[in-house]
Design a protein around this ligand. Structure first.
Ligand code: FAD
Length: 585
């Protein structure tokens, strides 16, 4: 109920964007079509374009799905079914300055599908070829060697797979002034040493990589498909998978094909070829993969029966162990407008709290007239409507007046802290059998006291950073007390959690009431519970899950590097398993 009411609220709050195509858009789409000959609309399937059988059918052309497909296509016929459209020619995806627009666009065609967890936190999941890499903040950083060891990956292959991604789509950032201030502030506050520019996960402060190039142009996992063999690769866009089809006659259910609908709503079925080792691979993300297993009849029997889904395999763990790393941020108004920046610097503390920052307001003409979502400095303006008075009418009024608000009003930035490996976990359930609808998700933020303890540590560290010379010079009031900043942040943070009068007196309460997401949610198909350590779904054959839903902890400070690495890594592993040395990778 909270979730439905919340979705309505967010729709009205955020559905205020005007998408304005650029003049050069059609031209760039034409050239991208020639370059990406493997991309087709899903309806082309019925005209014979993709009517063959495949060695691999990958559900979800996202962060893991694209590098995986590219790698497998070197030796096998691969079909990728992606529910979203192409990222090419979409300025809201390509330009850093438009980062907030995709998140704010809640139309059915948006590359971002918003959802609200039952905790009351506004969140987003990708719906576009390239997945999360098309809508994220771009920060690129590897997992620690101890993480790789714990997961049981082959360290040598991991160290070959990260560079495969990096040489194609990763850059070093030009450090923005707000980020430089954070770097110096972190060091002054004792989060040291400074480790320079590095992808490695090291205690202290560092500059990480980014998938935005120096001009602020985004590269995505979809670009990794260019490394595949176009003759063996077919990618269908707007192909929404409805269910996985099993042959249940043998000893174990065997995945044999999938049913999907195209952009016109017409339904199709596509099958694996008869080769014994052909497989369906689910890479639909931490919400999409458990949802797809449930819709296909794999999950807790009692839940499946509620929706009249024929049970293929009872597994009580599907959708369990969902986690989202809680994020809390402090809003700092500034004297002058600050250059827009997403994440470039991170402070890695030994207690498992990570500190990052974002600043500024997208000044592009596309961006200026729309609300920018929860990570925008301008929510400081929305917060002039007190939380309890944020009625739909007040929000509409805000939207009407927004174009007349002077730019200077949008001045400031955030310093945020995120908890590593939250001990608080939750679950995911279907709310209906419509794959287009979000399942219900609960993360239970801060239900474990140690998570709360680490949040308090993070906020106290941010308070120290704000008091450093770096930020004293930037903020518009030299005498910002910690309490005043917390107070502003309580009103600036948009979630649907009721606020308390002691929010600024108790940092614990502040953490609970202003928790938002950094979108690193994961889980639902854990290793050992839903898949084995080769990511094969337990109890059935010819089906794997390869994406963020398999993680117990989110890797590194930010996960995309490792999710893409995992796509490449598993592609190579699978080729080597099937072909040995002849795999040639
Ligand atoms: P996804 O990339 O989401 O891929 C799943 C794909 O499956 C999607 O393309 C989806 O459309 C498709 N799909 C789902 N269901 C179906 C279906 N039924 N049929 C067909 N296709 C389907 N990480 C970082 O490291 N750095 C950052 O700066 C950063 N910032 C972020 C900011 C935002 C706003 C978001 C949303 C995420 C951010 N992340 C960041 C996190 C990171 O991007 C994700 O963890 C990662 O992209 C998840 O990858 P995945 O492969 O598990 O899922």
């Amino acid at each position: 109920m909270a979730s439905r009411k919340g979705e309505l609220f967010v729709k009205i709050l955020l559905l205020l964007c005007i998408f304005r195509p650029s003049q050069g858009r059609e031209e760039s789409m034409r050239s991208s079509k020639a370059k990406h000959s493997y991309l087709k609309e899903a309806s082309s399937f019925s005209t014979g374009a993709g009517k063959e059988e495949y060695d691999y059918i990958i559900i979800g052309g996202g962060t893991a799905g694209c590098p995986l497909a590219a790698t497998l296509s070197h030796k096998y016929r691969v079909l990728v079914l992606e529910r979203g459209g192409s990222p090419y020619g979409n300025r809201n995806i390509s330009y850093l300055q438009n980062f907030h627009i995709s998140l704010a666009n809640t139309s059915p065609k948006s590359p971002s599908q918003s959802f609200i967890s039952t905790d009351g936190v506004i969140n987003a999941r990708a719906r576009v070829l390239g997945g999360g890499t098309c809508i994220n903040a771009g920060f690129y950083t590897r997992a620690s060697p101890s993480y790789v060891e714990e997961v049981g990956w082959d360290g040598k292959l991991v160290n070959e797979s990260y560079p495969w991604v990096e040489k194609r789509i990763v850059y070093w950032p030009k450090v923005a002034p707000w980020q430089a201030a954070l770097r110096n502030g972190l060091l002054e506050a004792g989060v040291s040493p400074f480790n320079g520019y590095t992808f490695d996960h090291k205690y202290g402060t560092k500059v990480g990589g980014t998938i935005f190039n120096k001009k602020g142009f985004r590269h995505t996992a979809a670009d990794l498909l260019e490394a595949g063999n176009p003759k063996n690769l077919r990618v269908l866009l707007h192909a929404t998978v409805l269910k996985i089809i099993f042959n249940t006659k043998g000893r174990q259910p065997k995945a044999i094909g999938v049913r999907f609908k195209d952009e016109n709503g017409d339904r199709h079925e596509v099958f694996l070829n008869r080769r014994e080792k052909s497989e369906i691979i689910l890479s639909a993300g931490a919400l999409g993969s458990p949802q797809m297993l449930l819709l296909s009849g794999i999950g807790p029997e009692e839940d499946l029966k509620k929706f009249n889904i024929p049970v293929v395999l009872h597994n009580q763990y599907v959708g369990k162990g969902m986690s989202d790393n809680p994020m809390n941020s402090i809003f700092i108004p500034t004297k002058k407008p600050v250059q827009q920046s997403l994440i470039q610097i991170v402070g890695i503390t030994k207690i498992g709290t990570f500190i990052e920052a974002s600043s500024g307001f997208g000044q592009s003409s596309d961006s200026i007239h729309c609300h920018h979502g929860i990570m925008s400095a301008e929510i400081g303006q929305l917060s002039t409507v007190p939380p309890k008075l944020r009625t739909l009418e007040a929000v509409r009024e805000y939207a009407r007046n927004k174009p007349s608000i002077p730019h200077e009003a949008f001045q400031g930035g955030f310093i945020l802290e995120k908890i590593d490996g939250p001990l608080s976990t939750g679950y995911l359930n279907l709310v209906d059998t419509d794959v287009d609808n979000n399942p219900s998700v609960t993360f239970n933020y801060f239900s474990h006291p140690y998570d709360l303890h680490r949040c308090v540590y993070g906020i106290r560290t941010i308070e120290k950073i704000v008091q450093t010379r770096q930020f004293a010079g930037l903020s518009n009031d030299d005498a910002f007390s910690a309490e005043r900043l917390l107070n502003m942040s309580v009103t600036a943070n948009v979630n649907l959690i009721p606020k308390h009068t002691n929010d600024t007196a108790s940092v614990e309460q502040f953490c609970k009431d202003t928790v938002i997401t950094i979108w690193h949610y994961h889980g639902g198909c854990h290793v050992g519970k839903v898949v084995d350590r080769h990511y094969r779904v337990l109890g059935v054959t010819r089906l794997r899950v390869i994406d963020g839903s398999t993680y117990t902890n989110s890797p590194g400070t930010n996960p995309q590097a490792t999710v893409m690495m995992m796509g490449r890594y598993m592609g190579v592993k699978i080729l080597r398993e099937r072909l040995g040395r002849a795999a040639g990778v």
